[in-house]
Design a protein around this ligand. Sequence first.
Ligand code: GLU
Length: 289
Amino acid sequence: MSYIGRFAPSPTGPLHEGSLLTALASYLEAKKHQGLWLVRIEDLDQPRCDQAHETAILNALEAYGLCWDQRVLRQTDRIKRYEDLCQSLIEKQQAYQCSCSRTDLKSRHALQHYDRYCLLHPNQKQPAAIRLKVEKSLAFKDRLAGHQAIPAEGISDFILYRRDGIVAYQLAVVLDDYEQGVTDIVRGSDLLLETHKQRALQLSLDYPLLEYAHLPLVLAEDGQKLSKQTFATALPTQPEAIIRQLKKAMVRLGQIDETCDTPIDVEGFITFATEVWDIKKVPKVIKNS
Ligand code: GLU
């Protein structure tokens, strides 16, 4: 399969208008390429995640006609895989133990950019986090956000495993995308800055680099960020409301205008949406309307 896309929600709340945009855009782009579209539940942050939200998200995706290929992967089922990968990076000296506390980092002005203290002064103090020794990073071209230069200060040795023993999102996402054979990622631009870290890890692991398209954030009419509350509300599930929401999402994504006549059944709508979909039409800024 030459195109494998995915949608990777964290079950910290129901599917809402914001996550519908990401789900729909990643689905349509995968289908436009006759590719697969996978769903992965990113539930590592257990205190914030809830099984009920997971069920609600999957039910909503189905109700909105976004049917995934293959079985849904859940990150908490894969902890051992993440631990093994981390261990092998340590053995190959591509990752190292770091016992610096927040206070240590603060006093050395190393909070934003780690100063490699624990790489230069190895120690076995506990508790400790595991950091990637970033050796290589590359600029890249995002299909929507354009050229992404490496930050002037470089990519800091970021955390793969937290001091409290919880695997960091970066490590899990890179291994999952690799093992699921993902080739292309369409997601929200709140994750754009994380991409450099994920690419640094892919380079360390000799994994293929992926294609990225980061969707613009949805802004309020006045250009301000939308309040969390706007996007905390679960999507409606009555048939006419579903079509209304799908249509709104397609308008926001720059694919159709409000007056467009669309099929009124979900399956028909998704087929129509796949036919008209053109990622190049996604606007630079999405206004809430
Ligand atoms: N789980 C992340 C989120 O819900 C998305 C991660 C990704 O798409 O790489 O924000």
